[in-house]
Design a protein around this ligand. Structure first.
Ligand SMILES: [Zn+2]
Length: 170
């Protein structure tokens, strides 16, 4: 169990395609625990493995309200099977793009299929914040970031800000 550093823009690993997980072994269980520790510490409501530089198809989430008991969700090899036609616009942020929040329009509901940590295949219908969080986190597995849905002008402004920060840090 350990907290890991979270990669931020413009780290190239955030743009990589993550590999399917063949077997849920101790290494994957340890990775899931590290991801949860890292997410809770940040704090955040979701984290995908590429955000800590691990190019495996696994995401973690917890959308329990503040003050409620933790409700961790671990999704291995998740796939979205269906999207609703109706969309919703919500403000999103990302631990890899810290301190910025922008409105993004996405399908309001999704059906997702994934394998859980016990190896069981789960199919789940999600709406509200969970549906948005699932779409955001699964995008990370394909190297897609929520800023990709913004206008080119806004996206370029975000990218420039982080490129400048990275240059200053080196
Ligand atoms: Zn994110």
């Amino acid at each position: 169990m350990a907290k890991r550093p979270i990669l931020t823009l413009p780290d190239e690993r955030l743009r990589a395609i993550a590999e399917p997980i063949e077997k849920i072994d101790d290494a994957i269980k340890a990775l899931a625990q590290d991801m949860l520790d890292t997410m809770y510490d940040a704090p955040g409501i979701g984290l995908a493995a590429p955000q800590i530089g691990e190019l495996h198809r696994i995401v973690v989430m917890d959308l329990a309200p503040d003050g409620a008991a933790r409700d961790p969700i671990v999704m291995i090899n998740p796939e979205i099977l269906a999207y609703s036609d109706d969309t919703v616009t919500t403000e999103e942020g990302c631990l890899s793009i810290p301190e910025l929040y922008y409105e993004v329009e996405r399908p309001a509901e999704v059906t997702v299929r994934y394998t859980d940590l016990t190896g069981e295949v789960v199919e789940r219908h999600a709406e509200d914040r969970l549906a948005i969080c699932i779409q955001h986190e699964l995008d990370h597995l394909d190297g897609v970031l929520y800023i990709d849905y913004l206008s080119r002008l806004k996206r370029d402004r975000v990218l420039k800000k982080f490129q400048k920060q990275a240059r200053r840090a080196t």
